[in-house]
Design a protein around this ligand. Structure first.
Ligand code: DQA
Length: 149
């Protein structure tokens, strides 16, 4: 039951980056909270952050050989630009949840389009950093359902 959590560009700055939009929780806090939740759920969790599109594509590609069952990604600004990340997910055929801390639909028009949403299993948007935990709860439910079949 391995799950990989990906965070894209500028999410390493969480906690200090535009706190009025993204809050004061750091990425280390988010990852620690997810690790604790995963431990309780009996899920093996790995977290990865990169500011580089190619590194994210490489991480998605590697996931297939590792037998990763589900992924979660906050692609940051790559949400609105990256055909490469979309194609990587389609290429490995690993289901994933797209997470956004802010409600992108309340923001600038260029944030309203995502290259990932129509190939994602589900999208979390505007729940703050709690969205990561809610997404992991959803992933756990889906994995248990698949295991029971
Ligand atoms: C974001 C929203 C994106 O538009 C933005 O570029 C980010 C963060 C969010 O979590 O709300 O970097 O994905």
């Amino acid at each position: 039951m391995k799950v990989v959590v990906l965070n894209g560009p500028n999410l390493n700055l969480l906690g200090t980056r535009e706190p009025q939009i993204y809050g004061s929780t750091t990425l280390a806090d988010v990852e620690a909270s997810l690790r604790a939740q995963a431990k309780e759920l009996g899920i093996e969790l790995e977290c990865f952050q990169s500011n580089h599109e190619g590194a994210i594509v490489d991480r998605i590609q590697a996931a297939r050989a590792e037998g990763v069952k589900f992924m979660m990604i906050n692609p940051g600004a790559f949400t609105h630009t990256s055909v490469a990340i979309r194609d990587a997910f389609s290429g490995v055929a690993i289901p994933f949840v797209e997470v956004h801390i802010s409600n992108v639909y309340k923001r600038e028009a260029f944030r309203h389009h995502s290259y990932l949403s129509d190939v994602a299993e589900a999208v979390m948007c505007g729940f703050g950093t709690l969205g990561y935990n809610l997404a992991l709860q959803f992933i756990n439910t889906k994995l248990r359902q698949a295991a029971a079949q």
